[in-house]
Design a protein around this ligand. Structure first.
Ligand code: MN
Length: 334
């Protein structure tokens, strides 16, 4: 484990940033860390946070946004220390140069692909639920206040899907419990960051559910939204978030496919699985990628061709799993 205050003890300028299109864990860890370092080091130390656009709900909930340089501009030639949070250095986007020019590069992350770390000082634990959990573990409790706790909590909620994904460990819950004790409104956070959708998002979700098709004996579900429908509801790409997870929560379903038309014959495809299917393998065959239970790709083809080709790959995996399960059962019976 690293000691973050020791690492930055003589620094006069500190930069902090995370990946492009920041999510709750990325923005939460950056803003929590900035406020924590301010509490520990005082205002003689300059602390700059570089972030891209965050969602409306994160914008309403996250504290410490005064530290953010949304335009990525700075007059610091080279930071004494630069913290790269929730990604590897090459994913920092417009702040990448600041990181690589800094006197000391510190990297805190939980992505498997970044297991080696991109800094001179690295705290990368792929098993951790979130970067916010890792940040908490290197923080000295005396400098954590309600705002730091709130931002860390938002990150943990985001990356664990409100403690439902398999990355949620006993330690995750312990830390979340400690953070909760700082007294912010955690139920309002859950509602705003996790459940709340605007009216357009609700309508397009309803439409996607209504038109979904269950196939492969009910083990697979698919739905598609075309451009005309998106235009009718004035829905944008970001309004499609969460639809595939909703499809995947249908009883008996092992795998969900949701796609929407970006341009004629170009579809953004999202895949979710309950664990029976490795959807990253499916997405990779179409030039995409992701995790075993959540993956995606962009495909140039007709809707029917995509479904036919994808479902063949999914069926192959399900059949292999059925065969393995049957063999294991037979072995157990012997
Ligand atoms: Mn994360």
């Amino acid at each position: 484990m690293i000691n973050i205050l020791e690492e930055v003890q003589d620094c006069k300028t500190i930069g902090i940033s995370g990946h492009v299109r920041p999510d709750g864990d990325c923005a939460g860890s950056c803003l929590a860390m900035a406020q924590y370092l301010r509490n520990a080091l005082g205002d003689k130390v300059r602390i700059d946070v570089f972030l891209g656009d965050i969602s409306d709900s994160l914008c309403r909930c996250l504290t410490g946004q005064d530290f953010v340089r949304w335009d990525y501009a700075t007059d610091v030639a080279s930071y004494d220390a630069f913290l790269c949070l929730d990604c590897e250095g090459t994913r920092l986007g417009d702040s990448m140069d600041y990181f690589y020019k800094a006197a000391k590069r510190i990297n805190i992350d939980h992505h498997q692909s970044n297991a080696k770390g991109s800094g001179q000082v690295n705290w990368v634990i792929p098993e951790a639920s979130s970067t916010c959990e890792l940040c908490y573990r290197v923080m000295d409790e005396q400098y954590i206040d309600k705002n730091v706790a709130l931002d860390l909590y938002i990150g943990i909620v985001t990356d664990t899907g409100l403690f439902q994904y398999s990355n949620t460990a006993p330690l995750t819950m312990e830390i979340a419990g400690k953070l909760m004790s700082y007294g912010f409104d955690h139920s309002d956070i859950a509602r705003q960051v996790f459940f709340e959708k605007n009216y357009i998002q609700q309508q397009i979700l309803g439409r996607a559910l209504l038109e979904s098709i269950l196939f492969m004996d009910g083990r697979c579900i698919v739905s598609m939204i075309d451009r005309k429908t998106m235009q009718f509801y004035r829905a944008l790409s970001k309004d499609m978030d969460g639809i595939v997870s909703q499809l995947n929560s249908t009883t008996g379903v092992s795998c969900a496919i949701f796609m929407y038309e970006m341009e004629p014959l170009t579809y953004k495809v999202s895949l979710r699985s309950n664990g029976d299917v490795d959807v990253a393998k499916v997405a990779e065959r179409f030039g995409g990628g992701g995790h075993a239970r959540a993956a995606g790709c962009t495909v140039n083809a007709s809707y029917h061709d995509i479904i036919n080709n994808m479902s063949a790959l999914i069926e192959e995996q399900l059949q292999a799993k059925d065969a393995a399960d049957a063999a294991a059962k037979e072995g157990a019976d012997d």
